[in-house]
Design a protein around this ligand. Structure first.
Ligand code: ARG
Length: 484
């Protein structure tokens, strides 16, 4: 667009329009103030397109050189903050193209040959999201490493394992943390799968039907790194689908939602564990806040907010999926509404992962190279809580099974023993041998090994179990997988 045409555009779209847009409609329809964050992807996409147009003889080499020069200038303007984003120019694409044309004239006007904003925006969002997924993958690795480090320090710390939030059986605190490592490793796998479908090229679909110019879409895909593991270009194969598909955004937000759900479950545990009634862990003061009225309070704001922000991300998933449900093929302006939920999902997830890595694992002190200020664990409180809940009752039943009792009978016998222990307000291991023998004569003094928390832990020495030996093996596996 020439300056003259640009000025005209701020009045009305083209000669076809008899009146300009009202200010309200301009504001309502424009996206530039949020989609300008796609500017790098927009420039990369344009450069790959221009390079291919020149290679195919659709534009001249001189035009390509002018476009490259103009884009270099424009890039600097954006980086240094001198670029003037204009609401009148609606979105990031028109803003960049108009400025390019101001800078290089007709060559800028040739850039849009064989292209539409419909395939352009789909390409930009995919390129941008691909980069963000790579950052998220790295953050997921950091969080897993932080959890593995804390797990390793606490392999032998005993936590009451809960079912129904009732004390169930003793577990290693390290084992408990590794459960979250499993969740985040699946999140990481999911992100990688989503990335492979994000990394496909819509450009070349033009408005909806393809284009009459002899484009080389594979070449553009290769230039943009939209290739599979074997290096083959990944190009959207149906022009109508290429411009209208937002599955990739929905899939990403679904994967992000699930990751936030894992964070939220961990948050809920942290909140519980930090309450005075549990007193199992502390997080560093910088992740907590005080109360304006109750001076004794240290509230776990960060985990609570993460739990709250999970609702927000799941809301974005609902928003995006609903955005698509009524749209006929192909592109509709509805699709402009994909950006804010997607951007906010990415921002929320990245910040949350970062803050959790630091809150769990601490920060590296550059002087010592050691991490400091992660969660601190009150091993004694955990162990005391496990002792209060008859966590080794199953072990007594298993002991009786080894002595020949059928499991159901053993279960019933132990129920009587627990009832007696409750009446005396002691743990099973504190009942005298003679009393225990009153429930079953085959009980010998070796029963106290089985009844101890540590004995119970060590006994669960099967793959995936909580015995410290198993937990150490899992830590080694995770370290090898994470390169840590
Ligand atoms: N800003 C638009 C979006 O985000 C770009 C595509 C506009 N295409 C159109 N035909 N109006 O989707």
């Amino acid at each position: 667009m020439s300056q003259n045409q640009l000025d005209k555009k701020s009045q009305a779209w083209s000669a076809l329009f008899s009146e300009p847009m009202s200010d309200l409609v301009k504001r309502y329809t424009s996206s530039v103030f949020f989609d300008k964050r796609l500017w790098q992807a927009d420039i990369s996409g344009s450069l790959a397109h221009a390079e291919m147009l020149a290679a195919q003889g659709i534009i001249s080499d001189a035009d390509l050189a002018a476009i490259l020069n103009g884009m270099a200038t424009l890039r600097k303007e954006i980086e240094t903050g001198t670029f003037e984003w204009k609401l009148d120019l609606e979105d990031v694409h028109l803003n960049i193209e108009a400025r390019l044309t101001q800078l290089v004239g007709d060559a800028g006007k040739r850039l849009h040959t064989g292209r539409s904003r419909n395939d352009q925006v789909a390409t930009d969002v995919r390129l941008w999201l691909r980069g963000e997924i790579d950052l998220i993958e790295a953050l997921l690795v950091d969080l897993q490493k932080a959890l593995v480090d804390v797990a390793e320090k606490h392999v032998n710390v005993i936590l009451p394992g809960f079912t129904h939030l009732q004390v169930a059986q003793p577990v290693s605190f390290g084992h408990h943390l590794l459960a979250y490592v499993e969740m985040f490793s699946r999140d990481s796998e999911r992100m990688a799968e989503v990335r492979s479908r994000v990394n496909r090229l819509p450009l070349g679909a033009a408005a909806l039907a393809g284009t009459s110019y002899p484009l080389d879409r594979q070449r553009v895909a290769r230039t943009l790194g939209m290739v599979d593991a074997a290096g083959a270009p990944q190009v959207c194969q149906n022009s109508l689908d290429a411009v209208s598909d937002r599955d990739f955004a929905i899939e990403f937000t679904a994967a992000a939602s699930l990751c936030m759900v894992h964070i939220s479950r961990l948050s809920e545990e942290l909140v519980l564990w930090m309450s005075q009634n549990f007193g199992f862990v502390k997080i560093a003061d910088r992740f907590t806040t005080g109360s304006s009225i109750m001076p004794q309070k240290k509230n776990p704001d960060v985990p609570e907010l993460a739990r709250g922000k999970t609702g927000r991300v799941v809301g974005h998933l609902m928003g995006l999926i609903t955005l698509m449900k009524g749209q006929p093929l192909a592109y509709n302006k509805d699709n402009q509404e994909d950006k804010e939920p997607l951007f906010d999902t990415v921002d929320t997830l990245k910040d949350t992962l970062r803050i959790f890595s630091e809150m769990i694992g601490g920060q590296r002190n550059p002087a010592t190279g050691q991490k400091e200020g992660g969660i601190s664990v009150n091993a004694q409180a955990m162990e005391q809580a496990a002792l209060r809940g008859y966590a080794t009752a199953t072990d007594l039943a298993d002991y009786l099974v080894k002595k020949g009792l059928p499991f159901r009978d053993a279960h019933e016998t132990v129920a009587h023993a627990v009832k007696a222990a409750i009446a005396h307000q002691v743990d099973l291991s504190e009942l005298p041998l003679a009393v225990l023998q009153g429930f079953n004569a085959s009980i010998g003094s070796d029963v106290f090994d089985a009844l101890s928390l540590r004995g119970s832990l060590n006994a669960r020495n099967t793959l995936g179990g909580t015995a410290p030996q198993q937990v150490l093996q899992q830590i080694a596996r995770h370290r090898a997988r994470l390169g840590a």
